[in-house]
Design a protein around this ligand. Structure first.
Ligand code: FPP
Length: 222
């Protein structure tokens, strides 16, 4: 969800205004995903590298998420959206963690769209964590090194209960993955758009889905 800062800058507004507009784009995109019958939508809301931002910006983002998780709980229920978190959201303090936890519990039985929010997430740390757990199991004699394969590792990622990633969209003209779902993106189609995240809407989402359907997926075959 890149481009909030630039969106604000172009309007001579503080960065937080860009994040606020970005949160509105989250609402629109979630609705577009529900309407399109998408099974899972994962949003990269805060990377483990985003702590390098100013204390003020981190606090603005935390406040925004606190506000939205409370305000949008009704929408999640109405649209039958199940919330799931990946990353390490505990780092945002007890208030946001508490609200997120309540939202996870309240929406657990919803079965239309799974909305995965990546919070304090880093893909390399996720993969290292899975490798560490496999090593621990090997040392404990629970698995042999020969049993460690792609499925064993994928089964220990935080996305283990989600279907394979089909489409990855990055906004604002940046053309890199920035530590997002690196393992999971092995066969994903990548769509890069110049649209800044706050301008992302249903039309842009449908455009990315249309691009996806035009791609020929071969998964290494011919
Ligand atoms: C990247 O734009 C955006 C973020 C680091 C924050 C994303 C957060 C939200 C959209 C707000 C709330 C989230 C939820 C789930 C309600 P940037 O600041 O890096 O933009 P720039 O590259 O133009 O500076």
């Amino acid at each position: 969800m890149d481009g909030n800062g630039r969106w604000a800058e172009r309007r001579h507004l503080p960065r937080v205004a860009g994040h606020r507009a970005g949160a509105e784009a989250v609402r629109r995109t979630m609705q577009a995903a529900v309407d399109a019958g998408v099974e899972v939508l994962t949003l990269y809301a805060f990377s483990s590298e985003n702590w390098r931002r100013s204390v003020e910006e981190v606090s603005d983002l935390t406040g925004l998420m606190r506000f939205y998780v409370e305000r949008e709980l009704e929408t999640l229920q109405r649209e039958q959206v199940r919330l799931k978190l990946i990353g390490d959201p505990g780092a945002f303090g007890p208030e946001l963690s508490g609200k997120l936890h309540a939202a996870l519990e309240r929406t657990a039985a919803n079965n239309r769209l799974t909305l995965v929010v990546a919070l304090n997430y880093g893909s390399q740390a996720e993969i290292a964590g899975a490798a560490r757990e496999l090593a621990r199991r090997a040392v404990a004699g629970e698995v042999t090194p020969e049993q460690i394969d792609e499925a064993a590792l994928a089964g220990l990622l935080q996305t283990h209960d989600l279907p394979p990633l089909d489409l990855l969209i990055r906004t604002s003209g940046e053309v890199r993955l920035s530590n997002f779902l690196l393992w999971q993106a092995a066969y994903a189609e990548l769509v890069f758009t110049e649209t800044l995240w706050p301008d992302f809407d249903e039309e842009a989402f449908k455009g990315a889905l249309a691009e996806f359907t035009r791609r020929q997926r071969r998964f290494g075959g011919r």
